[in-house]
Design a protein around this ligand. Structure first.
Ligand code: GUN
Ligand code: ZN
Length: 579
């Protein structure tokens, strides 16, 4: 691994492949997904101080090549360091001049010079001079440029900053895969490069494919930056795929052309007759924004553009927390046909299902044809094969489900799962099903075929006095499991966990922990990802699991917080919450 400096990255919350993470660089903390506004000291529109005060901005980006090529700027920044010069104590990322390379065809500095310069000015995050090959370039040329990019990446391996390592390869997925494997092995911050043109041309399905192939081929604990993606239209799709950082020069570039950004597209300010926004700028000026003197108009427009960009990130984070990111995407992607194609391409990405939590805080809303291929449907259909039942009930989009498990997430979203135009409870067949049969089928569904047999005929099932729903399962006087009210998942206590442990052989349902973590687990403390030695790959985030030592001795039960792939790759953060 590349040079050592302070770096921490851990998952706090998740939905689909999206994650809310804590990122710490050089002692400075940031929550991702996050937007890095680009600051150009030659054209200061909004100062770094304003970005922090007004927008809560903790990270920004500047272009080291522009600084290097301006003698006065260069000398000032070399003298003061970039943080002092910009009067900003957050995280400062710098780019290398690759963008200028893309726009003008050549630049006058070498990779080594640019890397050394970023070290000297004290960038927290820096870039090497990757070559952003254009989409649909002649393939031999894309390969040749990629080889140069990878060579330049090697020159940056020991840089004194966190390297923002560009992954190139144009629209060729095999080249992207090769680049992702090599870059992903060496660098902790991987950047999806060469996508500005795709964005400008609304080629969102190509974008989805490129981000997907990269995410599948780098370790899942790498921070992922979508290079030059500054338009909020594409934030939700990219975040759903697991992008963590965005940089926006768009807020300023669009403002210079009097263009007004919204989360669903761009408008021309002079054509607007109503303002679709209530940010401080739009509230203050209303349509008089159009009449401001030119310089002020550009600045105020840039502020509005930045407000809506930050707002979109916050809305997406809230959707991750509430676990309704799919619903958010369904809404956003109906703003433009190309976004909808992007969403369709997203539902074709089967790798997403492995990362998606098995139970969620929000109901499943059937929004349209794409809902039928959501990650939850993929995961549920696999688990439905575990359950045999003669009492079947049609629940779109999952097909015929055992009526016994109707109260389990996501089938309990029954009213939200009606097909277009059907009435509430239309065609709902009523079966007479005993509580014990319900519990047995939920056991099969949750843990595997045969788990239901672990529930003996003489168990006592108690219902909540308030809600009248099944809540507790006793064997003799002993509580062996509870049933969670929100999603009807079974939470096994030790007696039932022991039966599961006997019935299902290693490594099924298990999280194997390191000896050092045993005393903590026995005290009921959480298992951190770095102490997990092995995990059943069929588990999903939020599953109930068996925690065992390396001799397969059962220690405790707990709730898995991350997906198996995340548990394996991350060495920070909570993997299992112990009961
Ligand atoms: N800015 C926009 N796209 C890119 C890219 O692919 N690489 C770098 N370094 N900067 C960019
Ligand atoms: Zn506004």
């Amino acid at each position: 691994m590349a040079s050592e400096f302070l770096f921490e990255f851990e998952i706090k919350d998740k939905d689909i492949a999206a994650r809310i993470c804590k990122l710490k660089i050089n002692g400075k903390e940031l929550e991702t997904p996050s937007l890095m506004p680009v600051y150009n000291p030659n054209k200061p529109l909004i100062t770094p101080k304003e970005m922090k005060r007004e927008f809560g901005c903790e990270i920004l980006m500047a272009n080291s090549y522009i600084i290097l090529k301006n003698e006065e700027l260069r000398n000032n920044i070399l003298r003061d360091g970039i943080h002092k010069f910009m009067n900003f104590n957050g995280i400062i990322a710098t780019d290398s001049g690759s963008y200028q390379l893309m726009e003008y065809g050549n630049i006058t500095a070498t990779n080594k010079e640019i890397i050394e310069f970023q070290e000297k000015i004290g960038s927290d995050i820096g870039s090497f001079l990757d070559i952003p090959t254009l989409p649909n370039a002649y393939k031999p040329r894309a390969l040749e440029q990629l080889k140069i990019t990878l060579e330049r990446a090697r020159e940056a391996r020991n840089a004194k900053f966190l390297v923002n390592a560009g992954i190139q390869g144009s629209t060729y997925l095999d080249l992207r895969e090769m680049a992702a494997r090599e870059i992903g092995r060496e660098f902790r911050l991987c950047a999806v490069g060469g996508i500005v043109r795709l964005m400008e041309n609304y080629r969102f399905s190509d974008l989805v494919e490129i981000i997907s192939v990269i995410k599948r081929n780098i370790p899942i604990n790498r921070v992922v930056h979508a290079f030059g993606m500054g338009h909020p239209m594409a934030f939700s799709l990219s975040i759903a795929l697991g992008c963590d950082l965005f940089d926006s020069a768009a807020y300023a570039l669009y403002a210079e052309n009097f263009r007004y950004i919204t989360a669903s597209g761009t408008k021309r300010l002079d054509e607007l007759e109503y303002l679709p926004c209530s940010c401080p700028v739009c509230s203050k000026y209303g349509l008089e924004l159009k009449e401001l003197p030119e310089r002020e108009r550009v600045r105020e427009l840039a502020r509005h553009n930045l407000y809506v960009s930050f707002e979109e990130i916050n809305k997406i984070k809230e959707a991750i927390k509430e676990n309704n990111l799919w619903e958010f995407l369904g809404m956003r992607c109906r703003a433009h046909p190309e976004l909808l194609s992007g969403l369709k391409r997203l539902t074709e990405q089967k790798w997403l299902a492995d990362l998606d939590p098995i139970t969620k805080k929000s109901a499943f809303y059937l929004q349209g044809p794409e809902s039928k291929n959501r990650t939850e449907v993929v995961n549920v259909k696999k688990r439905l094969k575990r359950v045999y039942s003669e009492n079947r009930r049609e629940v779109a989009p999952f097909g015929k489900i055992p009526a016994e498990i109707s109260d389990v997430y996501p089938f309990n979203s029954f009213n939200s799962l009606r097909e277009w135009g059907k009435k509430k409870n239309e065609n709902k067949i009523e079966y007479k099903i005993s509580d014990i049969e319900k519990i047995r089928k939920i056991m099969d569904y949750q843990f595997g075929s045969g788990a239901g047999e672990l529930i003996a005929d003489n168990v006592r099932i108690k219902r909540s006095r308030k809600t009248k729903r099944i809540r507790w399962i006793y064997e003799e006087k002993e509580l062996i499991a509870s049933v969670r009210a929100s999603d009807h998942f079974i939470i096994p206590k030790m007696p039932l966990a022991e039966k599961l442990h006997k019935r299902f052989k290693y490594p099924k349902l298990r999280v194997v922990i390191h000896d050092d973590a045993i005393p903590f687990v026995l005290e009921g403390k959480s298992v951190f990802a770095k102490f997990v030695e092995e995990i059943d790959p069929k588990l999903r985030a939020r599953d109930e699991v068996l925690i065992v030592d390396k001799n397969d001795k059962l220690l405790r039960t707990g709730t898995l917080i991350l997906s198996p792939r995340e548990v394996v790759d991350f060495d920070r953060g909570i993997a299992v919450r112990v009961r």
